[in-house]
Design a protein around this ligand. Structure first.
Ligand SMILES: NC(=O)c1ccc[n+]([C@@H]2O[C@H](COP(=O)([O-])OP(=O)(O)OC[C@H]3O[C@@H](n4cnc5c(N)ncnc54)[C@H](OP(=O)(O)O)[C@@H]3O)[C@@H](O)[C@H]2O)c1
Length: 435
């Protein structure tokens, strides 16, 4: 008997999923061992085409969640409500669930996984992080032997596209954003992408899985890319770095750092070579060392690839009668590990500081003294010539790895100097090679 799938949402990912299910039906039947049959589609509007035309359609998505014929409900409508209600209804009706919805998993996942555990069904969410890259599977299965020390990822394609264009062509943020919207890489309202919220949702899911902790969307420190200025992209390059928007989850002895922000990464690192809308995630395990997963983080068929992999997994298990024993977010901490999410003040990284300072002797030593008083050393520095008619010059410094609270205190003291004008530009830097 084929496994019967009900699919809700017929947008970019929904259409891609129907198309790939139809195109690869024979191979999927072979791989699942039982066949996969799409028995119902629910969405607001049906636009029948060659792939969807023959499949029963309903405007009532809850009819799919309660349809006795459906084994697996695939949620591709997006957003929180009614997606949450839909998924909980499906679980209550004993359906297995597949979703691509990062916002839903990050914000309501604790409730959803608890309901699924109680009902003995699976909620699979591979497509919710980094589209086509099988990073959830890598963390759940391939890296299961490891204690994860840290992970860091380019997990928002829109932000990566904008930063890549700013670097390659010296363009301004607003100008590239407008093009990204025209190309369909950025939504009409790009806030979730460029303010880092979408990346934070994905980071929360990855961290919960990597560290066995509950999903904590409230605890992520978030900075987007809207304040990145072209000169900082250039100065970072002169120092041998590229600016990438990273989500970082890291154990630091006291607890877990969860942070999303623009980050300088060494230009020779593999992750620095990930351009445009591509995504990449580095994961450092205690046994395997550093690993890198790279690929398309969005798009109809790349995301469908992940959705269908989840459907196949569930189909195989249903066929074998086995139980899903692999971990889910919040499945439990590694033994003895502190899982408190740390305030950003307790996070540790290296830092990039750009100071607009008076071009006169003694100013540099004032800055060095302030940094030193906070236990911070300067690892590299660039001092530019003053522009014609200007008495201030940009001073760009890279610091050693240090606690955020110390850097913030030092920045406050630097900004109070009479010889310094305007706010200090502050970015973080990660070597991505530490233990
Ligand atoms: N697009 C990607 O590349 C990508 C990648 C990874 C993950 N995802 C995730 O995949 C999910 C779907 O994304 P998408 O890009 O495919 O979205 P989309 O193109 O906006 O499609 C959403 C579909 O769901 C329907 N829908 C929304 N609310 C509904 C409701 N209350 N009742 C019935 N139908 C409803 C929409 O109908 P209308 O068109 O009538 O509104 C549309 O058919 C989201 O959770 C997203 O975060 C997307």
């Amino acid at each position: 008997m084929p496994v019967k799938v009900g699919l809700c949402g017929l947008g970019t990912v929904g259409r891609g999923t129907v198309r790939v299910l139809s195109r690869n039906a024979a191979v999927l039947a072979h791989r699942s061992g039982v066949g996969i049959e799409l028995v119902q589609i629910g969405a607001r509007n049906a636009v029948p085409d060659a792939d969807t035309g023959a499949i029963p359609f309903t405007r009532d998505i809850f009819a799919v969640a309660t349809n006795p014929e459906v084994d697996i409900l695939v949620e591709l409508i997006g957003g929180i409500e009614p997606a949450r209600e839909l998924v909980l209804t499906a679980i209550a009706n004993g359906k297995q669930v597949v979703t691509a919805n990062k916002a839903l998993i990050a914000t309501c996942g604790n409730e959803i996984f608890a309901a699924a555990r109680a009902r003995g069904v699976t909620v699979a969410y591979e497509a919710s992080v980094a589209g086509g890259i099988p990073i959830i599977k890598a963390l759940r299965e391939g890296l299961a032997a490891n204690r994860i020390r840290w992970l860091a990822g380019i997990i928002n394609g829109t932000s990566n596209f904008i930063l890549s264009e700013m670097r390659d062509k010296g363009r301004q943020f607003a100008d590239v954003l407008a093009e990204a919207q025209l190309l369909g890489y950025a939504e009409a309202d790009p806030t979730l992408d460029v303010e880092g919220i979408d990346a934070a949702h994905k980071l929360v899911i990855l961290a919960a899985l990597a560290f066995g902790m509950p999903l904590r969307p409230d605890a992520v420190y978030i900075e987007g890319i809207t304040a990145i200025q072209p000169e900082d992209v250039v100065y970072a390059g002169e120092l041998g770095y590229r600016i990438k928007h990273l989500g970082v989850a890291r154990r630091n002895g006291e607890g877990i750092e969860l942070r999303v922000h623009p980050t300088l990464v060494p230009e020779r690192s593999l992750i620095a070579q990930v351009h445009g809308v591509m995504n990449a995630i580095m994961v450092k395990g205690d046994a395997v060392g550093a690993t890198l997963y790279c690929g398309p983080g969005a798009g109809a068929e790349p995301t469908a690839s992940a959705v269908i992999a989840d459907i196949l997994d569930i189909a195989r298990r249903l066929d074998g009668g086995g139980r899903d024993a692999t971990p889910v977010p919040g499945g439990g901490p590694d033994a003895g590990e502190p899982l408190a999410v740390l305030d950003i003040a307790a996070a540790e990284s290296a830092h990039y500081l750009r100071v607009s300072a008076l071009d006169k002797p003694g100013v540099l030593s004032q800055l060095a003294q302030i940094l030193s008083a906070h236990g911070i050393s300067i690892e590299a520095i660039i001092q530019k010539e003053p522009a014609p008619g200007q008495d201030h010059v940009p001073l760009i410094m890279l610091t050693n790895r240090t606690r955020e609270s110390e850097v913030r205190a030092a920045i406050g003291a630097i900004e109070r100097l009479e010889s310094v004008s305007g706010p200090v530009v502050h970015l973080r830097k990660e070597a991505l090679d530490d233990a």
